[in-house]
Structure formats: C-alpha cells, structure tokens
Design a protein around this ligand. Structure first.
Ligand code: CP
Ligand code: NVA
Length: 311
C-alpha cells in the first residue's frame, strides 16, 4: 500500500462544545443513552486505533476512553510525556503528522489550548479534547446528559456554577451558548471565566456572573462546582484557598436551590474545600452517574468522529 497522502481535513474534530450543533448534541445524547442501555452493539471502531496523549494526570478520562474504544471494537494507546518524544521537545506538528499515519483518532489532555489547536491543524485524523486549561468539553457533555437523565431535560433549567471560572466553567458557558439553558456563575473577583466565551454565551442564553454563591444557587435545578486549584495551578493553592473562602458548596448553600436539585462535580473532589462531604456523599449528589456518563458520551463521540456513525 502506498504511503498515505496528506488529506485535506476530511474529518471533524471535537475541541470545544460549539463544534457540534444543538441537534448533533441531542443525537450524541441518544447514542450515548443507547450505549448505556446496552442497545448499541455495533463495533464501530473495529480495526481502528485511538492515540491518547496525556500531558496531565487522569483517572476518568483515561479509563473511560480506553475502555470505551475497546467496547466499540477498537484499541487505544496511552501515551505519556515520559514515554513519547513530545515530552523531550518533538514539535506537536510533527507528532500530529506521524501519529496520523498510524492511528484513526487522537485524544489529548494538555495545558495551553493553542497546543490542541496546533495538533488539529497538522493531524489528518479527528482530534478529541480530553481537557485543556481553557475547556473540558467531554466532561460537560457528560454533565448535561446527567442533567437530562435526572431532571428530564436541560431546557428551562437553572444551572448554578460555584467557584473558579476555569475550564469547566468555560465549557458550561459553551453548553449554554449551544443549548440555551440558564446559567449563573458565582466567582470571586479575579477568577471569572474567559471573557470571550462569556460574551458569546451571553449573546444567546441567560447567563450571569455574580459574586455571591447564594445568589447563583437561588432556586437552581443543578448546583455545580470544581476544585479551587486546577492541574498546573498547584503553587497557587494557598492564595486560592483564601480567595475562594465562602465558595464551598455545603448543605446551607444547597438549601437555596430547588428541593429536587442535583449536585454535580467533575471529580476529583476535595471534601471540606469546594464541597462538604455531606453534599457530595449526600442524597442530591449525582457525581457517580456523572462520572459513568463520561464513558457513554465519549463512546458516542468516538463512534461519530472516528467510526463514521451518523450524527
Ligand atoms: N473529570 C475528569 O476529567 O477526571 P480525570 O482528571 O480523572 O480524567
Ligand atoms: N478544573 C480541573 C478539572 C479536572 C478534571 C482541572 O483542570 O484540573
């Protein structure tokens, strides 16, 4: 077989939630739901390989992508910077071109969002975002799916985000932009979400940034939080602990939300910091369903982007 010629982007990437339309996201949710119920048995990834580049640690993302690829009949390779030349300074562009000759899709977790954009620019295969400093789109699709499973729909729901305007908050904004639900974020001064992502979301959906967590949680259907110091911000822990004092999701804050509100957290969580044990381990918490949904939604994404499933 002759060497593969450079193809002019015959594929799609998933770098951010707006890469899919609302209709496509609904179709992904249906596919994920069929997969969850064991109703989807097509080996869409048969004979295909997924490269998984992890420049940061991971439990959920790594295991759910690897197991998901296998369940669809495919195969996944775990590549850490300790083992691949990327970690010794081989350019992303060269890595993209070489991996494209071997594998059918690349999932990457990295730091700067510009790195995944560069990977996507030079790769001939679909790129899937497993988290960057800017966004965590697979997680928030899993989260919205969890909302739909538990509350029937995300439309007309009030979502509260408490804490850091980080990659998770930015992805919730992107989800509000595409899917149009109400989102209120309570962030301390200096820790607001990305201004461009915020502005775009505000052009389409009812989105507010406030300071007071109680104001965001007020009559909310979903209360959501994340760690105060994300991966790569470890040295800021002490400063952040001070800045985020008062932003803990505890039982008192949950009592501001609707009676049947659910609590979400992408995990890993720090009990006693951003969330009280009584909340994350309490009756309103859906964090284990949320983590499970990573598997189903990512299988749906891989089936569509790599396996040619209709969306
Ligand atoms: N929520 C999430 O992405 O978890 P991991 O860091 O364990 O992959
Ligand atoms: N905001 C967190 C999410 C971890 C899944 C981080 O980036 O570390």
């Amino acid at each position: 077989m002759p060497p593969k010629a450079h193809k002019e982007r015959p594929h799609r990437d998933f770098l951010q939630i707006p890469d899919f339309s609302a209709k496509e996201i609904e179709r992904l949710f249906s596919l994920a739901e069929a997969m969850r119920r064991g109703k989807y048995r097509t080996k869409t990834l048969a004979g295909k390989s997924l490269a998984m580049i992890f420049m940061k640690s991971s439990t959920r993302t790594r295991v759910s992508f690897e197991v998901g690829a296998w369940q669809l009949g495919g195969h996944a390779l775990f590549l850490s910077p300790r083992d691949v030349q990327l970690g010794r300074g081989e350019p992303i562009a060269d890595t993209a071109r070489v991996l494209s000759r071997y594998v059918d899709g690349i999932m990457i977790r990295t730091f700067a969002h510009s790195e995944i954009e560069e990977l996507a620019r030079y790769a001939d295969v679909p790129i899937i975002n497993g988290l960057t400093d800017l966004v965590h789109p697979c997680q928030v699709l899993a989260d919205v799916l969890t909302v739909k499973q538990n509350l029937g729909d995300y439309k007309g729901k009030r979502i509260a985000w408490i804490g850091d305007g980080n990659n998770m908050a930015n992805s919730w904004l992107n989800a509000a932009y595409v899917l149009g639900f109400e989102l209120t974020l309570a962030c301390p001064e200096g820790y607001e979400p990305n201004p461009m992502i915020l502005q775009r979301a505000q052009s389409k959906a009812r989105v507010r940034v406030v300071r007071d967590p109680a104001e965001a949680a007020d009559k909310a259907d979903v209360v959501n939080t994340d760690v105060w110091a994300s991966m790569g911000q470890e040295e800021e822990q002490a400063v952040r602990e001070k800045a985020f004092r008062g932003y803990k999701v505890d039982e008192s804050l949950m009592s501001r939300a609707k009676k049947d509100a659910i609590f979400l957290h992408c995990l890993p969580a720090h009990r006693g910091e951003e969330v009280a044990a009584a909340v994350i381990d309490g009756p309103q918490s859906r964090v284990w369903d949320e983590a499970e949904n990573r598997l189903h939604i990512q299988k749906a994404i891989m089936a569509v982007l790599i396996g040619g499933e209709r969306v």
